[in-house]
Structures are given as C-alpha cells and as structure tokens.
Ligand binder design. Structure first.
Ligand code: NDP
Ligand code: 8X3
Length: 353
C-alpha cells in the first residue's frame, strides 16, 4: 500500500516533470516525454523556421522526440540544429510547393529519422488583407499552392509510412476557416480546405489507427502578420500590441499534448483563441452611405474604436476641421488600421503630398 506521503511525493515529482508545460497535463494523459521505456518517436514539422513550427521543434525536442525540421530558410534550420543537437533534430529544407525537392529531401533523411510517426502540416501563410477586388491574383495562387497543394502533396507522400506506424497528422487550419472576415478571402478558404481535408482524412483512414487533428488558432503573435503585410512592422506591432495574443509556445504545447494522448483518443478539431479575441457582428451595407468593405485590421480596429471616445473625437475633428489635424506619424497604413474613413486617408495623402 502506498502511504500518503509517498503518494504526495509521486504527485510532486510528476508535477515537476510537466512543469515546463503551461498548465500541466491531466492525470489520464500519457507521459508526453518520449524517452522512457519506448522507442523514440519522430515528428516531421513543416515551417519550423519560425513561429509555431520553431516552437514545436523545441517543445518536441524537449520531450525527447526526434524532430525533422523543414522550411526554406536553411540558416534558421541550421541554427535550430546548433541549439538542439544533431541527435535530436535534422534539417530537411524544402519549399512545400516543390514536389521534387520534397521527394529528394525525404529520401535522403538520416537513418535515425526515417520512420515518421507524426506529421505536422504547419507551413503556411496569408498574403494581404485587402478586399477581393483589390488583391493580386499571384498572392491568391501562392496561398493556395502553399496552404493547400503543398499540404496535400506532403500528406500523400507520407501516408504509407503513417499508416504503417499508426501515426498522427496534425494540420494547422485557423479560426479563419470558420469565421469569414473582410480581407480573409482566399486565406480563409485555404484554411477551410485544411479543416475539411483533415475531417475527410479521418474518414478515409478509418480502421488504420491513424489519427488526424485540425488545429484552428485565432490571433497568435508570430511572423505571420509581417509576412501578410509584406514586412510592415508597424502593422504587425499594432495588431498584437495590448491584445495579449496567443504565443507560438501556447500552440506548441497544445500540439505536443495532442501527440501525447493515448492512441485510442482522437482530437478531431481544436479551436483556440486568446481571451482578448471574440466575434463581432455582421456588416450591413446601406446604399446611402457608400463605403468600401473594410479589411480585417480595419474591422478589428473599428470594433475597438466604437467604444473609444477619444478616437471618435479625433474622427469628428478629421471630418469637421481637417486642416487642424495631423495624421499619425505620416502613416496611411495606420489610418487604415484604426478604421478611419476614406476622408481621413485622403487628408493624409494630401498632407504627405
Ligand atoms: P510564421 O510566418 O511565423 O511561420 C510560417 C512558416 O511557414 C515558416 O517557417 C515558413 O518557413 C513556412 N513556409 C511558408 N511558406 C513556405 C513554403 N512555400 N515552403 C516551406 N515552408 C514555408 O507563421 P505562423 O507560425 O503563425 O504560422 C504557422 C501556421 O499557422 C500557418 O499555416 C498559419 O496559416 C497558421 N496560423 C497562424 C495563426 C497566427 O495568428 N499566427 C493563426 C492560425 C493559423 P520559410 O519561410 O523558411 O520557408
Ligand atoms: C490566422 C488567424 O485571424 O489572422 O489564421 O486569420 S487570423
């Protein structure tokens, strides 16, 4: 019989084992540290050069997994290898849109990393926040090629080994898959594909023991917005500032938790947001107030703005005494972000000649 003290000690020991995982793990979940009594498992993470993927590489490495880290920026993959060690992580640089590069890289993986147990389809991007008529077709096609075609290509390539090993596929979808917003157009559609593809895979893989999960995060601070805005740091900072967004580590912990669940448990879809984010209402077009559709950033900011007396006053001033108003830091993008109207942006354009 185990004494109360011994029980307490066991509890403390296991709590400290999981202390690096925010919130710890519920009792019935398997040991996520992949080192004891089992052969080491291997995870392939796409987009491990930044954001969620880089945090996942660190989290899985910390839990004792073998990690195959992919992405195009080889210098970042090299830095991860320097940080985590060649025994733990191996770089597999490729563009997910390049089928030949995928095949060549996977065929030349070091022996210790050949059996892949978990595939995390994380590489992806959004380009632009403009409404559909103002977008570049090239951006739309690149999102589809990366988020959809790249993801299905790699999945198809790895299905045999995942079936053989009763593996797990975790796909990075987004809240944008479910909740449309202005400027989300093709990005949201690609993520809806990812979610539905994940559910479809579950059906097709019925009886194989392979698990499939669609993760659908909301606002999370990574390089995502920098990429989306073409490198606009001010836009990225403005979006995350004061919002206490999700972090890459939050997502990495959730993903590692899913990979640690017992093999009979499948999380189908998991949607998560920062507490600071929720839904806004529908937009209604009034034909007597001509306006263009707002971008996502404008819509977010407009919702905030509606409760901000200060900003409303500023807006009134723009409308009534434009010549007395200085636009903020000369940034037209800033005006767009805080949801000011076309008149304010025209004013800025005039001021900046
Ligand atoms: P980051 O921009 O920080 O990371 C994106 C990663 O994808 C990079 O490692 C990048 O690597 C890789 N990538 C992009 N294009 C390609 C390509 N053609 N070939 C190979 N790799 C590519 O963004 P996040 O970490 O935030 O995004 C990760 C995933 O999570 C994406 O699918 C995104 O849509 C999704 N997501 C993000 C949310 C957020 O708010 N941040 C919320 C919901 C979902 P490299 O450039 O080196 O190739
Ligand atoms: C990224 C989340 O809300 O920027 O997928 O579309 S959001």
């Amino acid at each position: 019989m185990i004494s109360r003290t011994a029980k307490r000690q066991t509890k403390t020991k296991s709590a400290s084992r999981y202390s690096s995982i925010r919130g710890g793990f519920p009792r019935r979940i398997q040991n996520p540290e992949n080192t004891e009594n089992t052969k080491r498992k291997t995870v392939l993470i796409t987009g491990a050069t930044s954001g969620f993927g880089a945090a996942m590489a660190r989290r899985f490495a910390q839990a004792g997994w073998g990690v195959i880290a992919t992405g195009r920026r080889t210098e970042r993959l090299r830095a991860l290898v320097d940080e985590l060690g060649t025994e733990t992580i191996t770089p597999a640089p490729f563009d997910v849109r390049d089928v030949d590069a995928i095949n060549a890289t996977l065929s030349s993986l070091p022996e210790a990393f050949r059996g892949i147990d978990v595939l995390i389809n994380n590489a992806g991007l959004a380009l632009g926040t403009a409404p559909a008529p103002e977008t570049r077709l090239d951006d739309w096609l690149r999102m589809i090629e990366t988020n959809v075609t790249g993801l299905v290509t790699l999945t198809h390539r790895l299905l045999p080994t995942l079936i053989e090993r009763k593996g797990l596929i975790i796909n990075l979808s987004s809240v944008a898959a479910t909740y449309p917003y202005p400027g989300g157009n093709v990005y949201g559609a690609t993520k809806a594909f990812v979610r539905q593809f994940s559910l479809g895979l579950r059906s097709d893989l019925h009886g194989t023991g392979v698990r499939v999960t669609s993760i659908e995060p909301g606002l999370a601070k990574t390089e995502f917005t920098l990429v989306r805005t073409g490198g606009d740091e001010a836009a990225s900072d403005a979006l995350y500032k004061g919002a206490d967004p999700l972090t890459a580590e939050d997502i990495a912990n959730v993903v590692c938790w899913i990979a640690s669940l017992p093999p009979h448990v499948n999380i189908n879809r998991l949607e998560l947001m920062p507490v600071s984010q929720s839904w806004a209402g529908f937009q209604v077009y009034h034909d007597h107030v001509p306006r263009r559709a707002m971008s996502r950033h404008e819509a977010d900011a407009a919702a905030l703005e509606s409760s901000s007396v200060e900003l409303n006053e500023w807006r009134n001033q723009v409308a009534t005494k434009p010549d007395t108003v200085k636009t903020h830091g000369g940034s037209r993008a800033w005006l767009a972000r805080i949801g000011l109207n076309a008149k304010a942006r025209d004013l800025h354009d005039r001021q900046s000649g």
